[in-house]
Design a binder for this molecule. Sequence first.
Ligand code: GDP
Ligand code: IMO
Ligand code: MG
Length: 427
Amino acid sequence: MPALVLLGAQWGDEGKGKATDLLGGSVDYVVRYQGGNNAGHTVVVGDQKYALHLLPSGILSPGCTPVIGNGVVVDPSVLLSELSGLNERGVDTSKLLISGNAHIITPYNVTVDKVTERFLGKRKIGTTGRGIGPTYADKINRVGIRVQDLYDESILTQKVEAALDAKNQMLTKLYNRRAIAVEQVVGELLGYADKLAPYVADTVLVLNEALEQDKVVLFEGGQGTLLDIDHGTYPFVTSSNPTAGGACTGAGVGPTKISRVIGILKAYTTRVGAGPFPTELFDEDGEALRRIGGERGVTTGRDRRCGWFDAVIARYATRVNGLTDFFLTKLDVLTGWEQIPVCVAYEIDGRRVEELPYSQTDFHHAKPVYEMLPGWSEDISKAKSFSDLPKNAQAYVKALEEMSGAPISAIGVGPGRDETIEINSFL
Ligand code: GDP
Ligand code: IMO
Ligand code: MG
C-alpha cells in the first residue's frame, strides 16, 4: 500500500495541518520527517481549533499512529507541554512514537539562534527563534545530542561537554554572554528522559514493517518548498529539507516506497520572515488578503506577508518534488475581488522568464508578469463539489492547474474538515 508525502508548495502555512488531518482518518501512520516546533499547523475539528507545532496532525485521528521521525529536531519541553495540552482536551496521545535518532534542541541551541539573529542585524533571516538552525548545525558538525543519548548519562555528559566547549567560547568572547554550565544542561535533559521513554522507538523499522504489511503511511512536511535548505530561497530558508526527498532521509524509507506526493498550495501566496517574494503586495489588496485569510503566524504571532498567486513557484514545486497532485487551499478567501491577478512569469532586467531563476540576484530582481482572471462574488464556503463553484471560480482553479503542472485534486473552501471539495481521491 502507498506511502504518501504531503508538503508545502510555497513558503509554508499553506494549510498542511488541515490537509493532513483530513486524510488522518484513512491512514495508519502520520510521520513528521523534518523541522521542529518552528512549524505551526492549525486543525479545525467542529468548533475545536488545535495549533500543533511538533506533533504530526494525525494525532487528532484516533486510529492513526503519529510518528516523529529521525529527521525532526525535538525540543523536549515543547513536546511535553504540547502532549499535556492535548491530554487536557481529551485527545489520546499514547500511540505517539519518537525516533531515538531524532536530534534534541537544547537550551543552548535556542540561545545561539537568538544571539546570531541579533548580531545579523538588518541581514537577519527572521527565524522563529526556536533553535532550529543551530540544532541542525550541531547535527551536521557531529556534536548534536540525540533522543537516545538521554538514556546514557555518561555519553550525554561527554556530548554536552563537546558541544559547549566551542559554544561557550563563542558566547562569552564574541557575543558577550555568560557561559552555559554542562551540569545544568545535562540535569535538565535527564529530567525529560523518563517522561519521553514510553514513546521512544526504532521508527525506521516500525515504518518499513508497516509498509510491508500494506499499511498506509502519510509523511507530513513542515515549512515549504521555497524554505528548503537546498531548493529554497537560500539563505532565507529553514535548515532542513521539507521537499519530498526529505521524507526518505528524515524517516528512513526508500524512494521506491513513495507512490504519491501532494503539494499543498494556497490560492494566493504568503511568507513569514525575511527574503525575496516577487508577488508581495504593500497595498490594500495585501491588507485585505491578510485580514480575510487570517494571515498571522501560528508559532510567532507575526503578520504574514501576502501577495497574489505565483505560478512560477508552483511549477518549480511540481518539479523539485515530483508532485502528483495539488491540494488548493483558501479559495474562499479570494471571494469578492472583481479581477484576480495571477503571476504567470517574471520580468528580470527586461527579459521574460518562465521558470524560477537559480541565481539569487536574478530572483531578487524578479518582477511579476500578471494575467488578470475574472473574480466571483458568491459565497463558496458551502460548495461540496467542483460544479457547485461559480463558473469564474472553476475557471480560476483550472487556470492554476494548467499553469502549475499537476492536477488539483482537492480544494479548500474553509478551515473546517468538511469545508473541502474532493475531486480525485488521494487513497
Ligand atoms: P500549515 O502550517 O501549512 O499547517 O498552515 P497554518 O495552519 O499555519 O495556516 C493555514 C491557516 O489557514 C489555518 O488557520 C487554517 O485553519 C486555515 N485554512 C486551511 N485551509 C483553509 C481553507 O481552505 N480556507 C480557509 N478560509 N482557511 C483555511
Ligand atoms: P509551517 O510548518 C512559515 C520561516 C521563518 C524564517 C525561516 C527560518 O507552519 O508552514 P527557522 O526558525 O525555521 O530557522 O526560520 O523559515 N519558517 C516558517 N514560515 N511556516 C513555517 O512552518 C515556518 N517555519 C519556519 O519565518 O523566515
Ligand atoms: Mg503554519
